[in-house]
Design a protein around this ligand. Structure first.
Ligand SMILES: CC/C=C\C/C=C\C/C=C\C/C=C\CCC(=O)SCCNC(=O)CCNC(=O)[C@H](O)C(C)(C)COP(=O)(O)OP(=O)(O)OC[C@H]1O[C@@H](n2cnc3c(N)ncnc32)[C@H](O)[C@@H]1OP(=O)(O)O
Ligand code: FAD
Length: 664
């Protein structure tokens, strides 16, 4: 606008090499270069404009999303983008669409659960988008309880087909994204029945719509489930409802990697665990953790830049007022979120490694790390999405009144993000899975079976049950060993306390249900330990760039000490630390905030987000907030006319009547 960088003074204060930090954030120089190039390409293309989204009605909004998805695909083909570049392009287009489910779940489900033959048949069609797929698991009556699904797939040996049927209203598929109006196919989860026997839930590839005219195939009733929370937001997605009336599909459309049905109708199970049917969820939960760092960093970038621009109170001798970022209360709310964004980034990187490792092991029939992969993906998905959804809302409040405007970008970001706490597994349900894994680990401690991976700390259970923190001064809390011992002993003691309480119940399932609130807290403590320890491990790596390591160390300590402060009830009640040590942690936290303060703007610049992607006037790179807010207000459709539509109908008669009343 005025071409001036209103945040230049802030940028000059930075004590580290921002370009080097950009590479750490991206994960590698290559990842940075791809991300940088593609984000600029999207930002410069008017075809990907998104600022009008909150104003559009549902039909217009949805058609616009279809246009963008088709245009994105056209650009991907024209520019010969690689799979990695194409995924980045869809990410920076930043509009939930059926393509998320096609690429994010339909394709991975076929890859993970289909045989070689099935993959060869279906994947080329999906890769070229000659078919478009969704992931049809959840039903009107059951989502969390996958074993409770009611849709049936009954084998008919006469015709060598499965008959897919929705026997009840509650068996209607409900929620699958892309199903409502777009998908031609779906991976549909149904109870497999052969010869009158129910073999539980399995995946089937089912064609839903004609490839000629897009009409639903015979026996299929399909549509959108209706408007969801927020303007624009997730309403760009056609979450759908689907009913089957005895729809027939060939036998080879059952995904048969885990189990098979023969031509004679015999059910055969490979020697792979049945839980591999849930494999797509493990994959997606892992991507959701990486995505949490993106959503949180975006909100934090907006709130940090605006906090440096915004001034309120504190003027001395007619000088400028204080920047709100200098208030300790603002720092205490904002900087832990900044630190969390970095923490989630690094734990997301690690989780990707864990997932790749488990996938490679599965290919050689080594299933030993599957339970841990399930617990880690479930728990970290839960903890990071809850913190991110809460964090986005906190960032909105950190921006005061202007944060409530759609042009701040924060209301829409929250509305799009918050269902992440529910989809791909309700966060509490997933934490209970972690708790089951922890209880099993504790119960095996005496058996000589050594806990491994993320539970290896339990191997020192005797030490962790009785150790006392030796922190004496605030600076002692900067030692990774002091932090790790406190987090490990808190997690171990909470798990052991739950395990001991469970022994008081004769029926273990009853005990588990009764103690579930405590079990969830123990699971959270374990997951927070994983995040803290992966951040500390990241700092053991070679980190090039002037001052970069120092900034990351400060952020790691903020993340850990903020959690320690927030959950000090856990640390104190389990006797891991004393009240004095908790207070020292808080002193150290304040001094870390002062250390981060001059670097705050540079730390959010390191995310390398374009103004297009941020979609926020408050977060714009140049910090020229007020003229942009003022100009945007006049562009609102309500300001198209000075006297509003409806004046003659509803305002004028009222005013006239008031005049008459006043004369009386
Ligand atoms: C805008 C978005 C942008 C980006 C995001 C990026 C990409 C994603 C794209 C879009 C996301 C949008 C939409 C999301 C789509 C969906 O929501 S799909 C539907 C997801 N549904 C769920 O997640 C359902 C949750 N429920 C479950 O997973 C299970 O029912 C359960 C785990 C809660 C319980 O399963 P049961 O079989 O009943 O279980 P159990 O008795 O408790 O467990 C038996 C044993 O199995 C182990 N186990 C359970 N799950 C898994 C697994 N996934 N992997 C491996 N092992 C598993 C469990 O631990 C038990 O083991 P034991 O050794 O104790 O026997
Ligand atoms: C935006 C969005 C997109 C989605 N996309 C898809 C998709 O593409 N494909 C698909 O198949 N599904 C999809 N879903 C469905 C989603 O996966 C489910 O909504 C999710 O798994 C939660 O299940 P539920 O709705 O049955 O919740 P419920 O299980 O009914 O949860 C309701 C409440 O009960 C509690 N609860 C449930 N069970 C327990 C328990 N055992 N112990 C303690 N508390 C419990 C929960 O914590 C929650 O508070 C989507 C959902 C949303 C919101």
């Amino acid at each position: 606008m005025d071409g001036i960088d209103h945040l230049a003074d802030e940028r000059n204060k930075a004590q580290f090499d921002v370009d080097a930090m950009k590479i750490v954030w991206a994960g590698s120089r290559h990842a940075f270069e791809v991300s940088d190039r593609i984000s600029k390409l999207v930002a410069a293309d008017p075809g990907f404009r998104k600022d009008n989204r909150p104003m559009l009605g549902r039909n217009e909004l949805f058609k616009n999303t279809l246009r963008k998805a088709a245009y994105a695909w056209k650009r991907i083909i024209e520019l010969h983008l690689s799979e990695e570049e194409a995924a980045k392009l869809r990410f920076y287009v930043d509009e939930p669409a059926y393509t998320d489910l096609h690429w994010g779940m339909f394709v991975p489900a076929i890859k993970g659960q289909g045989t070689e033959e099935q993959q060869q048949k279906w994947l080329p069609l999906a890769y070229k988008m000659q078919i478009i797929g969704c992931y049809g698991q959840t039903e009107l009556g059951h989502g969390s309880n996958v074993q409770g699904l009611e849709t049936t797939a009954t084998f008919d040996p006469q015709t060598d087909e499965f008959v897919i049927h929705s026997p009840t209203l509650t068996s209607s598929k409900w929620w699958p994204g892309g199903l409502g109006k777009v998908s031609t196919h779906g991976v549909i989860y149904a109870r497999l029945i052969t010869d009158g026997r129910d073999h539980g839930v399995h995946g089937f590839i089912v064609q839903l719509r004609s490839l000629e005219d897009h009409s639903p195939l015979p026996g299929i009733t399909v549509g959108d489930i209706g408007m969801k929370f927020g303007n624009g937001a997730y309403n760009t997605m056609d979450n759908g409802v689907l009913r089957f009336d005895h729809v027939r599909i060939p036998r080879d459309q059952m995904l048969m990697r885990v189990s098979q049905v023969t031509r004679e109708g015999k059910y055969m199970q490979s020697d792979v665990p049945r839980q591999l049917v849930y494999g797509t969820m493990v994959y997606v939960r892992q991507t959701i953790v990486a995505d949490a760092s993106c959503a949180l960093s975006r909100a934090v970038c907006i709130a940090t830049r605006y906090s440096a621009v915004r001034r309120q109170f504190g003027s001395q001798d007619g000088g400028p007022e204080s920047q709100v970022i200098d208030y300790k209360t603002q720092q205490n709310r904002l900087f832990p979120l900044l630190a969390s964004a970095y923490a989630f980034r690094f734990v997301g990187e690690w989780l990707k490694w864990l997932y790749t490792d488990v996938t490679q092991r599965l290919q050689t029939n080594d299933f030993s790390t599957l339970p841990e992969a399930h617990a880690c993906t479930a728990g970290l998905k839960s903890v990071t999405t809850t913190a991110t959804a809460d964090g986005i809302e906190e960032c909105r409040k950190l921006c005061g009144g202007h944060g409530y405007l759609c042009t701040s970008g924060l209301p829409e970001l929250f509305a799009v993000y918050v269902p992440a706490c529910t989809y791909e597994g309700d966060n509490i349900v997933l934490l209970l899975q972690v708790a089951r894994f922890l209880m099993k680990t504790v119960s095996q401690l005496g058996s000589g079976k050594k806990p491994v991976g993320t539970t290896s700390y339990m191997g020192q259970i005797e030490h962790l049950m009785q150790c006392r923190s030796n922190v004496q001064r605030a600076e002692d809390w900067l030692k990774p060993s002091a932090i790790l011992e406190a987090f490990e002993s808190r997690a171990a003691r909470m798990s052991v306390a739950c395990a001991q309480n469970l022994t008081k119940f004769t029926n273990p399932e009853e005990g588990f249900a009764e103690l579930s609130a405590d079990l969830v807290e123990a699971a959270v403590a374990h997951c927070q330990l994983i995040i803290v320890s992966k951040f500390i491990e990241k700092l053991l790596q070679d980190i090039p760039g002037k001052g970069v390591r120092e900034q990351l160390e400060a952020l790691c300590n903020i993340y850990a000490l903020f959690l320690l402060h927030k959950h000090q009830g856990d640390f104190l009640s389990t006797g891991c630390i004393t009240a004095k040590q908790a207070s020292l942690a808080n002193d150290q936290l304040r001094s870390l905030y002062s250390q981060v303060r001059p670097n705050a703007i540079a730390l959010v610049d390191a995310f390398n987000y374009t103004d297009h992607f941020l979609g926020s006037i408050l977060g714009c790179y140049d910090g020229n907030v007020y003229p942009k807010l003022y100009e945007a207000a006049w562009k609102d459709p309500l300001n198209d006319s000075v006297v509003p539509e409806g004046y003659h109908e509803y305002i004028r008669p009222l005013l006239k009547q008031n005049l008459r009343t006043a004369r009386l």
